[in-house]
Design a protein around this ligand. Structure first.
Ligand code: ADP
Ligand code: MG
Length: 343
């Protein structure tokens, strides 16, 4: 009798144990973290995906990044942007990527009164911020000659056909990584990934919720001490957090620091009183375009832009060590700053 009872218990217990084991296995497959590092667009990119489709998702994201790098680099003679820049005013048929970046850029260009301007490329290149170029300080007359053709009002869109004024040249340095992060996350989603976070330099893009249910947490870098951070942001899935900062790309010459975000009026690195601008919103291209434009505009006009058009949140860091955080953000302080919270 005891023996029978024992056997019976095993019969009952075995399926139970198996079921528990299977649940644990599938839960751990669902939450397993996979990472990949990619170097593209002059940037170290860290891609993280969770779950059983993670490897396929990472490969899809990497392929997307590399193909966008090839299409959007104006220095590559086989790129789409090179073709557009050398069409001498003729119309060129462009991909969805170029069209979407141009459309978003045109909106931000118009709303910011020209603070974001893709046609600054000749000036960007003269400073050596265009890619492989050597850093140098151009003089006033060189810069004003290079700015003669500036202005996004000369860009004409007709479906996928785009034309520039003859002699104009564009670069998407201010928005390409935002678009790329967004496209890479979409590629992951299409490959069956439900949870991922991508960090492309100062561009972060999230997908879904973290398998353990906790929010995605990203650090906002301290512009005065780039090895440190001044706070953390908790992000929902499907959010971009993009930072433009004067510490991200710069060089020293003639006893001065020259950084990579240019004032469209002068062609010189802009002094707006800001050290960094972080924009949080669902769309990566918009976040990246805005981070550059609002850096140029400065604190007051950046906040006025948000009041007027909305749809995004901000962390602004000023030269006098204030950190301004807007209403809809979940932010934790870390460091010796004056933190100011606005609606
Ligand atoms: P990062 O390249 O570090 O992501 P941003 O998104 O702020 O930083 O873009 C800055 C880049 O955009 C510069 O390196 C340059 O190529 C280009 N750029 C600089 N100033 C402007 C501007 N006012 N409008 C549009 N593009 C700009
Ligand atoms: Mg930008």
């Amino acid at each position: 009798m005891p023996c029978t009872r024992h056997v019976k218990r095993i019969h009952i217990l075995l399926p139970l144990v198996l079921a528990l084991l299977l649940t644990a296995c599938s839960r751990s497959a669902r939450s397993e973290k996979h990472e990949r590092q990619v170097f593209a667009m002059d940037t170290i990119m860290l891609l993280t995906a969770y779950g059983e489709n993670a490897q396929a998702g990472l490969s899809a994201a990497e392929a997307t990044i590399l193909s966008l790098e090839a299409a959007l680099d104006p220095e590559r003679e086989d790129s789409e942007l090179y073709a557009l820049n050398h069409a001498e005013g003729a119309s060129v048929s462009v991909s969805d990527a170029t069209l979407q970046i141009l459309e978003t850029g045109l909106t931000v260009w118009e709303r910011s009164g020209g603070a974001l301007d893709f046609t600054l490329y000749p000036a960007v290149r003269a400073w050596g911020f265009g890619g492989d170029g050597e850093y140098r300080v151009p003089d006033d007359s060189e810069l004003s000659a290079l700015l003669a053709l500036r202005g996004m009002e000369h860009i004409a869109l007709d479906g996928h056909a785009v034309s520039l004024a003859a002699g104009q040249e564009l670069s998407f340095g201010a928005a390409a990584k935002g678009y790329t992060a967004q496209a890479a996350v979409n590629a992951m989603r299409d490959a069956g990934v439900e949870a991922a976070i991508l960090t492309l330099g100062g561009n972060v893009q999230t997908l879904g919720t973290k398998p353990d249910g906790s929010p995605w947490v990203v650090a906002v870098q301290d512009p005065f001490d780039t090895g440190s951070y001044l706070g953390t942001l908790s992000l929902d899935g499907g959010t971009a957090a993009v930072t433009s900062g004067n510490y991200q790309r710069y060089f020293e010459a003639d006893g001065q620091i020259w950084h990579h975000i240019l004032d469209p009026e002068t062609g010189y690195p802009v002094r707006s009183g800001l050290c960094s601008v972080t924009v949080v919103c669902p769309d990566g291209t918009t976040a990246d375009s805005l981070s550059t434009a609002l850096f140029v505009l400065g604190e007051e006009d950046a906040l006025a832009y948000r009041d007027r058009f909305g749809g995004f949140e901000l962390v602004l860091v000023t030269e006098d060590r204030r950190v301004i955080v807007t209403g809809g953000l979940s932010f934790s302080e870390h460091g010796d700053f004056t933190y100011v919270y606005v609606d």
